[in-house]
Design a protein around this ligand. Sequence first.
Ligand code: ZN
Length: 340
Amino acid sequence: MRALQVLDSRKLAVVDLPEPPPPGPGEVQIRIGAVALNHIDVWGWRGMAFAKRKLPIVVGVEAAGEIAAVGAGVTTFRVGDPVVMYGALTCGVCKACREGRDNLCEEVKGILGFHVDGFARDLINCEARLVVPVPAGVSMRDAACAPIAFSTVEHMLFDNAKLQPGETILVHAGGSGIGTVAIKMAKAIGCTVITTVGDDAKVEKAKALGADHVINYRTDRFEGVTRKLTAKKGVDVVFEHTGAETFPGSLLVLKRGGRLVTCGATSGPTVTFNLMQLFQQQYKIFGSFGASLRNIRDSLAKMAGGLTPVIDMEVPLADFARGLERIESRQVFGKIIVNF
Ligand SMILES: [Zn+2]
């Protein structure tokens, strides 16, 4: 079967690997249909010295497929069912897993496509408990954006920041995969959305998604514009993932008691901020990573209800690196899909 491996820093190759054995008890075998790209794929492709892993490794963190075979004891899936898979090997028995907070697993064995072999291959065996059915009406392409992009945003906005209808939110990098999802999810519950983009062509695209105010951060300072737009009050929530370049400014534009939620540091991991400001303004800062299986089910339900992902482009397996370059160079607007 085909698989896409990272061999070394920035070096990918389509290779021929043996097919997996028939699924064992409690497992299903899945034929992959589409892989969606995320910034974590860029980190993995560039090489991360601190990530414990052995190369070569099969890439692909987020994917959708259909059931190809069912192991003993699995009654919830049948051959042909469309499914998505959880992106990490959680233990299923620790307190966090038992409570459905899978992304806080105490014995996690790694993220697929990053620490251990991922989804960019024709066939994979997965534990059935980490597989989620795709509802009718959701395409393979769209479903591939549920396990990471959609569910990460769902977890950030609703479990962590507790975003409420009518609130005002600043979404950084509104053209990114998760940025486009955050705009759509916040608008869907009636929030006012301010977002930033890096070029004028993306301004219209972000407005078309429903963003109320779009700031080109290369020509305007988002801090000043946001304070002006909110009559100096600031926003209720900031959706952060850009990190060092924006984080101090993100705190500045929060209203007293406002919430900042972050899941990334694409422009750098280290910042300085004022603790006096933190406690006097009573800010709440949430670090968010991954999502629960419930978040994936809720994301797919939103897709079935019409809240679909923005697709930047679709490429064949051999062009995986072209997609990563497009994310790295910030040209992307929405999600990039790799088709099988
Ligand atoms: Zn666990």
